[in-house]
Design a protein around this ligand. Structure first.
Ligand code: WTA
Length: 621
């Protein structure tokens, strides 16, 4: 295999030099003293430097022709639309930043954003960044209980939300969820509510404020706070192996350099592009490649509020046609859904403006890759399959368009300046052709700074497995050409439609139900979602099984976490297979859920449970 323009990879060999050069792409109030201060495993990128993320996304584009360029094109689910130029966005962000300040939000104060995909969400994020208040965006699909956990963990002072959000013609009551979440919470002083649906909502005197009222008479000039490169830009919660979701902390300098560099190179950005990342801002992809990376690069971003099948299954292609989208970044689960719906939907629209396609969130199976290539890319658009994580902040393994030859199903090679590897149980590199654990060998600029409030968890989870290496939680293989093929998670994280769900969280939600004694969840292969949650549940003594019990248990998970975590299957069993020391053997449950040959059962306390389970599951599915 020949890489056509290998210079870019040579450039990345000297990591510090490469990232030092890339640092110059941003505007700094004060240059850094040192590209990297590495106090294993704590990194300070661009140590001593001062900058502001919102300034880099907005102010620096205002001097030339870019000030009148569309920064954000918004398409509402109902077909309403709005365009904000860089100048407009700058004004709205400054205005809202002043609102936050007027309510006492200061540098370092945490602000939770629980919003639909509307312009005010991006404005709110950038307003927080402008005054140095770390934001915590909580996906609008999370339940009020999940919202409450995050608000409490981060001790947010303010919540920004909307009355409701449109989804497939229905309305999700976001403000009502906030009210529920805040019933027993005392840290939140103000709730700022954007009017989106116009439904009636309860406004609590002294606490709740309408956005449109407070932005009216407020100055439009708000200087950007000078932040240390190492200061916190945002916290984003993600699922891990154990317990509650972790607050992943990203800092300003390294993150902004990492996302803007990768965004420009991986998407081969041109000034005239219309760039559409379909991820929700509640996920890391929405942070890095819908907001911060593209706006730092002066791109035109498209923000779509709604579902891909509303009002019809060609909505995405209608949007591509309407705005002449050139770059589309989406997830394999969406592609598999489009496959299922059939090619007549994209064929009915003129999508010839597209020139580059991207994929993220889970392994893209070669079938889906080929379909994407043929029916969306019309066999001429390169596909960049990008591997990365909430924790990595930026794309880590990816092809570079027109540089790296593509292979369907492989995310290709590490980005320049990123050193990844595959190791065995002992941390030794595996040979080409073999698989093992995916690790990162050297620090990289957009790496997480820590887990919020828990440096030890950061050290143990990510750097404790193999000394000096960051453990990703993924299994991967590399082939004879050095291309990476990510297989999936090796920890207790289930990837449902590209969303990370911790088995421990779903199990916690199930045992919270009064009828449940014990629960164990595993991921089961699913044709569209990638994986689906399969739960094994044992009931408390004396509980009578009734017809709607399973539905009730599923609803309870939705209440505790959100519909994204709803188990597809719940299987009732008298007992769960355990080792003699009492540990539930999830590996065996996974074998059962997948209907495959059983692994080693010798450590089981009672082997008959497994045979019984297997027989019953087979009969049922
Ligand atoms: C998986 C999303 C294969 C992987 C940006 C990772 C992928 C987890 C890919 C992170 C890809 C993401 N190919 N697997 N291109 N991209 N993953 O934190 O298991 O939501 O560890 O970040 O998604 O999910 P997260």
């Amino acid at each position: 295999m020949v890489i056509r323009n290998p210079e870019i990879f040579d450039l990345g060999q000297d990591q510090t030099k490469f990232w030092g050069d890339q640092g110059n792409r941003l505007d700094w109030f004060k240059p850094w003293d040192k590209v990297l201060e590495w106090n294993n495993p704590f990194a300070k990128w661009y140590a001593g430097g001062k900058l502001n993320a919102a300034y880099n996304c907005l102010d620096r584009h205002l001097n030339g022709a870019r000030r009148n360029k569309a920064a954000l094109i918004f398409e509402g689910e109902l077909g309403d639309y709005r365009v904000l130029t860089y100048q407009d966005l700058h004004r709205e962000v400054s205005r809202f930043a002043n609102v936050l300040k007027s309510y006492g939000v200061e540098k370092g104060d945490r602000v939770t954003i629980y919003m639909p995909m509307i312009p005010e969400t991006v404005i709110a994020m950038l307003a927080c960044a402008r005054i140095g208040a770390p934001h915590i965006v909580v996906f609008g699909g999370f339940s009020y209980e999940a919202l409450k956990d995050r608000v409490l963990d981060a001790q947010s002072k303010v919540i920004i939300t909307s009355d409701g959000s449109y989804r497939r013609g229905n309305i999700i009551p976001l403000k009502e969820n906030v009210d529920q979440a805040l019933k027993t919470v005392t840290c939140v002083e103000k709730v700022i509510v954007v009017q989106r649906t116009g439904q009636s909502v309860a406004m609590q005197e002294g606490r709740d404020i309408w956005y449109h009222e407070v932005v009216k008479n407020i100055p439009i000039v708000c200087p950007a706070e000078e932040m240390d490169a190492d200061d916190m830009l945002f916290i984003l919660y993600t699922s891990g192996t154990t317990g509650k979701p972790k607050g992943i902390v990203h800092s300003v300098g390294g993150y902004m350099v990492g996302v803007s560099t990768t965004h420009e190179r991986v998407f081969d950005l041109k000034d005239e592009d219309v760039y559409w990342c379909t991820a929700d801002v509640g996920w890391i992809t929405g942070h890095s490649y819908l907001v911060y990376g593209p706006l730092a690069n002066g791109a035109t971003i498209l923000l779509y509020e709604g579902a891909p099948d509303y009002p019809d299954k060609d909505r995405y292609w209608e949007i591509v046609e309407k705005y002449k989208v050139t770059i589309l970044y989406t997830a394999p689960t969406a592609i598999r859904t489009f496959m299922k719906w059939g090619e007549k939907y994209p064929m009915g629209r003129d999508i010839s403006s597209l020139r580059l396609l991207g994929s993220v969130g889970e392994p893209i199976n070669p079938d889906a890759w080929m379909w994407y290539h043929k029916h969306i890319g019309k066999e001429r658009c390169p596909i960049v399959d990008t591997w990365w994580q909430t924790e990595t902040g930026m794309i880590m393994i990816t092809p570079i368009p027109e540089v790296t030859p593509l292979k369907a199903g492989s995310c290709a090679v590490p980005f320049p300046g990123v050193k990844v590897g595959i190791v065995d149980h002992q941390g030794k590199p595996v040979e080409k052709g073999d698989s093992g654990y995916l690790v990162v060998r050297e620090p990289w600029p957009a790496m997480l700074k820590t887990v919020y409030g828990d440096d030890k968890r950061y050290e143990d989870t990510y750097w404790g497995q193999y000394a000096g290496m960051y453990f990703t939680g993924d299994e991967a293989k590399w082939d004879e050409d050095g291309y990476f093929w990510v297989i999936g998670r090796v920890d207790d994280v289930i990837n449902v439609s590209g969303h990370r769900i911790g088995t421990a969280e779903v199990e916690g939600a199930l045992v919270d139900h009064p009828a449940v004694a014990e629960a164990a969840c595993v991921g089961r292969t699913h044709a569209v979602k990638g994986q689906a949650v399969f739960a094994f549940v044992s009931l408390k003594e004396g509980v009578v099984v009734h017809d709607s019990l399973i539905a009730e248990l599923k609803a309870h998970v939705v209440l505790k976490i959100g519909s994204l975590a709803r188990p597809d299957d719940i299987f009732l069993t008298d007992e769960l297979p355990k080792t003699r020391s009492g540990k539930i053997m999830r590996r065996l449950l996974k074998d059962i859920a997948e209907g495959r040959a059983m692994g080693d059962t010798s450590t089981l306390a009672d082997a008959s449970i497994v045979d019984l389970l297997k027989k019953n599951v087979n009969q049922k599915t």
